[in-house]
Design a protein around this ligand. Structure first.
Ligand code: 13P
Length: 251
């Protein structure tokens, strides 16, 4: 299992034409990009079905959102099954922007995860602490509680389809990145937690990504840190050239 992974999260950005141009630029550059890295991008929902069919086969496509429910009278929601039927590979679950701005609770995160594993959709499970929690040195306690809640009903077999992204909220979109030491410390903590909850094999085969103001100028140092397997990239994923530099940041 290749742990190295660079995942873009466009959030609410790009028109469909801009999205297609990005995909074309990535397709043209693909032969020059290192082969030891998996590549993923989470695009706005309206573009998922068409981009899933048009993208370069090496690019994994992710939804930024998925319903906590199955089919039924849930206006505006789309299910994990629907995403699979559109050729989508992964869904982001538990992103801090969904938790803070859209009231996504730990319970909803856990239900979404269950929907995804049942449907055979991969998950990028996001976790991260607020600045006040970091300032009071409660980051490990916060991450532990988020992981315990989200992964309560998950088996080691399900973990084959789950990626964990550590995104300290104080570093998202702020230009303030975690230091390589801070990232390494938290990633080692997360991997140890996975090993205790599941087993060593599962821990060693789970990608743990860093997210929060990761960009070409700091990615090399972050990706070289112990237990950091790559990044979940917001702002710097919008430009395909920057995204390619990020993919080239593994040593
Ligand atoms: P930025 O890279 O823009 O800080 O966003 C990180 C993020 O939230 C990725 O999901």
């Amino acid at each position: 299992m290749m742990r190295n992974l660079v995942a873009g999260n466009w959030k609410s950005n790009k028109s469909i034409n801009e999205a297609r141009n990005w995909m074309d630029e990535m397709g043209e550059a693909m032969d020059k990009l290192p082969k030891n890295v998996r590549i993923m991008v989470a695009v706005p929902a309206p573009y998922l079905a068409s981009l899933a069919h048009e993208k370069h086969p090496r690019i994994l496509i992710a939804s930024q959102q998925v319903s906590a429910n199955g089919h039924g009278a849930f206006t505006g929601e789309f299910t994990a099954d629907m995403l699979v039927s559109c050729g989508v590979d992964y869904a982001l679950v538990g992103h801090s922007e969904r938790r803070s701005d859209f009231g996504e609770t730990d319970e909803a995160v856990s239900n979404k995860l269950k929907q995804c594993t049942t449907a055979g959709l991969g998950v990028v499970l996001c976790c991260g602490e607020h600045l006040n929690e970091r300032d009071s040195e409660r980051q490990e306690e916060v991450i532990k509680s988020q992981l315990e809640s989200a992964l309560q009903d998950v088996t080691s077999d399900d973990m084959k389809n789950i990626i964990v992204a550590y995104e300290p909220i104080w570093a998202i979109g702020t230009g303030r990145t975690a230091t390589a030491d801070q990232a390494a410390e938290m990633h080692t903590f997360i991997r140890r937690w996975i090993s205790e909850k599941f087993d060593l094999y599962t821990a060693e085969n789970t990608s743990v990504l860093y997210g929060g103001s990761c960009k070409p100028s700091n990615a090399k140092e972050l990706f070289a840190s112990k237990d950091v397997d790559g990044g979940l990239i917001g702002g710097a994923s919008l430009n395909s050239g920057d995204f390619q530099s990020l993919i080239c940041s593994f040593t």
